[in-house]
Design a binder for this molecule. Sequence first.
Ligand code: ADP
Ligand code: 5GP
Length: 193
Amino acid sequence: MSDSIGEKGKIIIIVAPSGTGKSTLIKSLKEDFRDLHWSVSFTTRPMREGEVDGKHYFYISRDEFLKKKDQGDFIEWAEVHGNFYGTSLGFVSSKVNNGYSLLFDLDVQGADNMKRVFGDEAKAIFIAPPSIEALEERLRGRGTDSEDVIKLRLENAKGELSRRDDYDFVVVNDDLSKAYSDLKAVVEGILQS
Ligand code: ADP
Ligand code: 5GP
């Protein structure tokens, strides 16, 4: 059991280029795996419509972020698409040490840093789009980002896609329900290990 006293929780990292469908897949994971807690990161990115402070992220200013970084509050942090994102050391340690398994949504830099800190204790699942064209279509279709942001995310995606085989598992998000059933099987396997 992931929440039994005395046993450490599992660290499950979902990593994917922006627009791949990571949030869509994670939403289903959260519904199906009620014991899996969500690692709430800190970010300087503006809040999107529908997001809630303290639930999706803790939204802070650049100055506050840099102060926390200097205080050593982050296990890892990265500048992604022009904004800062950081994983809170206090939040993660208290959850994992109390036996709660945690789900992370990180970029490749974050996933690499978590693997560096937690080694094989952290399992990273790379979600890949079927093609770069499909990714572009999804980013535009989502309608949440400006043209400049979409271009930056696509440019970054090219580098991130070259890393797809560097993690513990790969799931291709072509057909959404097939991708979700593959992802669910991987997560079940990790939680039972
Ligand atoms: P991410 O969190 O990786 O940035 P999202 O989950 O926001 O990506 O998905 C980006 C867009 O692509 C959304 O509009 C979503 O509905 C759509 N999408 C997700 N998965 C698929 C899929 N398998 N096929 C087609 N569209 C998808
Ligand atoms: P978004 O702005 O779309 O929510 O996230 C942009 C990117 O930042 C995503 O690739 C997401 O995985 C990444 N991200 C979110 N939180 C963190 C974090 O705490 N650390 C790192 N390194 N990346 C993060």
